[in-house]
Design a protein. Structure first.
Length: 196
């Protein structure tokens, strides 16, 4: 009786070990449904043999982006603002730079140009409008992959928020540049007519 019971227990444990992991259905976000959103978390960046990590707060209000960074690649505290093709940056001493100076500084610090106008869509787990993109969804990580503008963005996990799936962890790569993003918290304000 005991050997039979032991076999039953082992079989049950084995069944648990191979049971498929269930994922909530992916529900893509509609960027036009949000008046504004804020994401806070951590990032790690590797480019051209250098790397660093830090924390961030991303605030999006319509087309205006404010990204506060602390620590990546020894940059200290930086605040990047973007509106269309215009970029500006303010450091922890309060000094501001114009668009070209900002692009040059970020290129030097980050080792690559980042597609700021596309990033705000990738942060939501969707391709940027106006450009070709390939999107593939899967039941295992990466749960979603977006290929756009020579970048590959792989999403490992999502957080259900207001009925949609917002990224919790993803990695963006391009030509030796790797950006890993972990979002610890989302705050989302629905646009008029899109509220619950």
């Amino acid at each position: 009786m005991r050997p039979a019971a032991a076999l039953l227990v082992l079989a049950a444990l084995g069944g648990c070990a191979v049971a498929p992991v269930s994922h909530a259905p992916y529900v893509p976000a509609d960027p036009s449904a949000y008046a504004s959103w804020t994401a806070t978390g951590r990032l790690a960046l590797a480019a051209n043999g250098e790397g660093g990590s830090g924390s961030f707060t991303w605030e999006q209000h319509a087309d205006a982006t404010t990204l506060s960074l602390r620590g990546p690649l020894g940059a200290g505290a930086l605040r990047v603002t973007a509106l269309g093709d215009e970029l500006s940056i303010t450091d922890d001493d309060g000094r501001s730079l114009d668009t070209e100076q900002t692009r040059a500084l970020l290129r030097a610090r980050l080792g690559a140009d980042l597609p700021w106008s596309d990033l705000r869509y990738w942060m939501l787990g969707v391709p940027a409008p106006g450009g070709p993109a390939r999107v593939a969804d899967a039941a295992t990580a990466p749960l979603r992959v977006i290929e756009q503008a020579d970048w590959r963005i792989g999403y490992d996990s999502f957080t259900p928020t207001l009925g949609v799936s917002l990224p919790a962890r993803f990695t963006a790569t391009r030509e030796g540049v790797r950006l890993k993003v972990t979002v610890d918290a989302w705050q989302v304000s629905p646009a008029a007519g899109h509220g619950p």
